[in-house]
Design a protein around this ligand. Structure first.
Ligand code: PMV
Length: 337
């Protein structure tokens, strides 16, 4: 199955825009049980299921309209040159939906504080899929939107929803059973601290890093089962509001993902000395009885997980951290306006 065939399976040949312009917002998400490894590169089908929490009002707002010329991509108020990598990626994605001879004008803004170290491709492609749905009047459900977002970036499958979100790995070759769904459970006291430890560019992107890990890491053979166990435990922790269990599993899951990367040849290694000292600060606080855990994606930056009553301790230990309230003023599990 190709991306084009997936799109046809979901929208048929409905490529007549119903509206002249459309707008959508999608949140950034942080995985508590990580997605690492693709079983299909073209369709971004994952080897394992994953679970994330969306970051409330932090994300991407995208306005979309049809034009007569070529594509125009405006990112945070700046018009991108067509050959810039983000513009190329967006145009390639829009090719999947392009009516004959049409161009798109895409105006996209990230509400993510610059320097929070949060990747915006997940929220970006989710917002784009949702805006397309409105522009063409497809009236797709969350499952179909999640699949369309996945075609842009794997983790975007989860950014279609707010709150806790599970992405089912699926088994089918066509990937139509690989989509995300919200857990519909709120945890208003949950806080995330995002700290930028370094502006140094990542040594390797997630797609290439995953490929290298899947191909060469022996430890990776343990990963799909490990992720499945962690995902089940995380769901139990969330249902029971057991923060200690949630933090323990999320931190261990992130470290296990990095262990598979480190076992690759050549190693896929993202940590910096600052990364390790952040881990140690978290562990020291924990020894002192503070309920704080960390998670880390494919990069050097660390995200802390804690509950509202520990805010001051976390602020004192990480004065530069951006504090995020994932459940502030959102409707759980809903598409955003
Ligand atoms: O979909 P991508 O290419 O953004 O990959 C995301 C990979 C991780 O951030 C490391 C894990 C995850 O589940 O978000």
């Amino acid at each position: 199955m190709t991306k084009q065939e997936t799109v046809r399976a979901l929208i048929g040949d409905r490529l007549q825009p119903k509206n002249s312009r459309a707008e959508a917002f999608a949140p950034v998400n942080i995985a508590l049980c990580k997605y690492w490894g693709k079983r299909n590169e073209e369709l971004n089908l994952p080897m394992n299921g994953s679970l994330s929490v969306s970051l409330g009002r932090l994300g991407t707002r995208t306005r979309l309209s049809i034009t007569e010329g070529g594509d125009e991509v405006i990112l945070n108020g700046r018009k991108l040159a067509q050959e810039e990598s983000f513009a190329r990626r967006v145009s390639a994605y829009l090719d999947l939906f392009r009516p004959p001879n049409a161009g798109f004008r895409i105006e996209t803004e990230n509400t993510i504080p610059t320097g929070a170290g949060l990747a915006s491709s997940a929220s970006g492609f989710a917002a784009l899929a949702m805006a397309l749905n409105r522009l063409f009047g497809w009236e797709l459900d969350g499952r179909a939107l999640s699949i369309l977002a996945r075609l842009g970036s794997g983790s975007a499958a989860r950014s279609v929803f707010t709150g806790f979100v599970e992405w089912f790995a699926g088994e089918r070759k066509d990937g139509l059973d690989s989509y995300a769904a919200p857990l519909s459970i709120e945890w208003p006291e949950l806080r995330i601290g995002a700290v930028v430890l370094s502006a140094v560019a990542k040594p390797i992107g997630s797609t290439a890093g995953m490929k290298q890990t899947v191909r060469t890491s022996l430890f990776y053979r343990l990963w799909p089962q490990r992720a499945e166990n962690d995902l089940a435990e995380l769901k139990r922790a969330i249902a029971a509001r057991d923060f200690q269990l949630l933090g323990t599993i999320a931190e261990a899951n992130a470290l296990a993902m990095h262990a598979t990367m480190i076992d690759s040849r050549p190693p896929v290694f993202y940590w910096l000395p600052e990364t390790i000292s952040a881990f140690q600060t978290v562990w020291r606080l924990r020894q002192d009885g503070v309920g704080i855990y960390f998670t880390i994606d494919a990069g050097a930056n660390v995200k802390m997980l804690f509950l509202a009553h520990n805010l001051n301790v976390v602020r004192a230990a990480f004065p530069q951290a951006e504090i995020i309230e994932p459940f502030a003023s959102i409707e759980i599990g809903k598409e955003q306006p």
